[in-house]
Design a protein around this ligand. Structure first.
Ligand code: HEM
Length: 405
């Protein structure tokens, strides 16, 4: 365990090495609402206990995403204005009016209708790597299903999906030297996405189809059509949220099983046990928590776990810490595919911003992991995996494996 609070460091270099579970253990025990300095911005309150993370997520009146966005670092007024065009950075009631525009596409009923497509695509991805001795799991397998499905749902042609992969890496991986080389490169990615989104939107205005882009160009909020900026921000949100998170979760899931061959053998031996695979999927989610944190800004003076918080303070909730809180999970540091109950907070603590894509993500993780292991039960590591340097996304950027098939 990290010995003292003086050594707490929850900034990006720490995450590049590993998820700082030892720091979280100390914080939950000794300073569950801890004041953390930031070198480039105002400091923030780091919130690490399950109950507090959940309570903050459910109280949008006291803890706003609109005031200061969901990122830890402070934004310029101009950037903030753009960020507030995404539902993540809107407070109700505006939030509810915009979320409604896309939420119909993500209900359990809609996802159930997509299950056959997800299964079909999952099998095709496995078939593409079959016959190879060694593969790079992240790009060749984990990235593919989320990318293909979100492109299909939004209405992006299949052959364009690798441009989306590249753009979302450059947007999300901006703290990692492998993805972003310069400030200009980030801006260029944003401009390219904008032009691309505009061209699809223009096409759908002329040729409506049954996809999310058509829903966006036809949508009205308070009698007005969405602006091009608003449509673009929706597009970026869905592409990034629907992509990076699920890809990383699948990569962490395989990594967890490579570290625990006994659990892998158990899942392989029970490959047709649907209940076990559903509960294993929840454990993959608890374990891999693909978003480290989101920020809120206090709208008024308040208190969390006995700590006074002033109006305007930044409050950052750490999902991976909540998911290992021993007050909520028995043996939290053990990967148990039969864990029950398993009310992890990987998709958020259940408030108005609760992950829109939770059902889609669950279905993809379960199908991709199951079909991959069905085909390659003897998969083994073929070298060291590499993590992404980011204080926001729990990313694995490189995971070489030998298929042994
Ligand atoms: C394993 C995969 C995923 C994880 C871990 C994840 C996690 C999260 C988290 C933690 C939040 C914020 C919750 C809150 O503030 O209470 C969120 C929101 C969101 N997620 Fe996901 N997500 C995943 C997959 C997806 C997918 C596949 C989509 C689909 C497009 C998606 C779309 C969104 C959107 C649009 C929001 C914003 C919702 C709002 O502000 O109302 N996510 N997600």
């Amino acid at each position: 365990m990290t010995q003292s609070l003086a050594h707490i460091d929850l900034l990006e270099d720490t995450w590049a090495r590993s998820v700082p579970y030892d720091q979280f253990d100390l914080l939950r025990r000794d300073a569950p609402v801890f004041w953390h300095e930031h070198p480039a911005s105002e400091g923030f309150w780091a919130v690490t206990r399950y109950d507090d993370v959940r309570a903050i997520s459910r109280d949008h009146e006291t803890f706003s995403t609109e005031l200061g966005s969901t990122f830890i670092t402070d934004q310029t007024p101009e950037t903030l204005e753009i960020m507030r065009m995404t539902i993540l950075n809107m407070d109700p009631p505006k939030h509810s009016r915009y979320r409604r525009l896309v939420s119909a596409g993500f209900t359990p009923r809609m996802i159930n209708r997509l299950i056959d497509r997800i299964q079909e695509r999952g099998l095709a991805i496995v078939a593409t790597v079959a016959g190879r001795e060694q593969i790079e799991f992240v790009e060749e397998v984990a990235a593919e299903l989320p990318l293909q499905m979100i492109c299909e749902m939004i209405g992006v042609p299949d052959e364009e999906r690798h441009r989306i992969f590249d753009w979302s890496n450059r947007l999300v991986g901006f703290q990692d030297e492998d993805f972003r080389t310069s400030e200009e490169d980030g801006q260029m990615a944003a401009a390219e996405i904008y032009a691309f989104c505009e061209s699809i939107a223009a096409d759908r205005r002329e040729n409506p189809r049954d996809d999310i882009m058509t829903a966006l160009v036809m949508a009205e909020v308070d009698g007005d059509r969405l602006t091009s900026d608003e449509i673009n921000m929706f597009f970026v949100t869905l592409v990034v949220a629907g992509n990076e998170t699920t890809r990383n979760l699948i990569a962490h899931s395989l990594q967890a099983l490579l570290e625990r061959p006994d659990v892998k053998a158990d899942l392989v031996a029970n490959i047709d046990d649907d209940d076990l695979w559903s509960s294993a999927t929840e454990e993959f989610l608890r374990w891999g928590s693909s978003i480290h944190n989101f920020r809120r800004t206090a709208t008024r003076d308040t208190e969390i776990g006995g700590q006074s918080i002033k109006a305007g303070d930044k409050v950052v909730i750490f999902y991976a810490s909540a998911n290992r809180d021993p007050d909520h999970f028995i043996d939290p540091n053990v990967f148990d595919p039969r864990r029950s109950p398993n009310e992890h907070l990987t998709f958020g603590g259940g408030g108005s911003h609760f992950c829109l894509g939770a059902n889609l993500a669950r279905a993809q993780i379960k199908i991709m992991m199951r079909e991959f292991l069905r085909r390659f039960p003897n998969v083994e590591p073929a070298g060291q995996h590499r993590r992404m340097r980011s204080d926001f996304v729990n990313g694995i950027k490189y995971l070489p494996v030998r298929l042994n098939a």
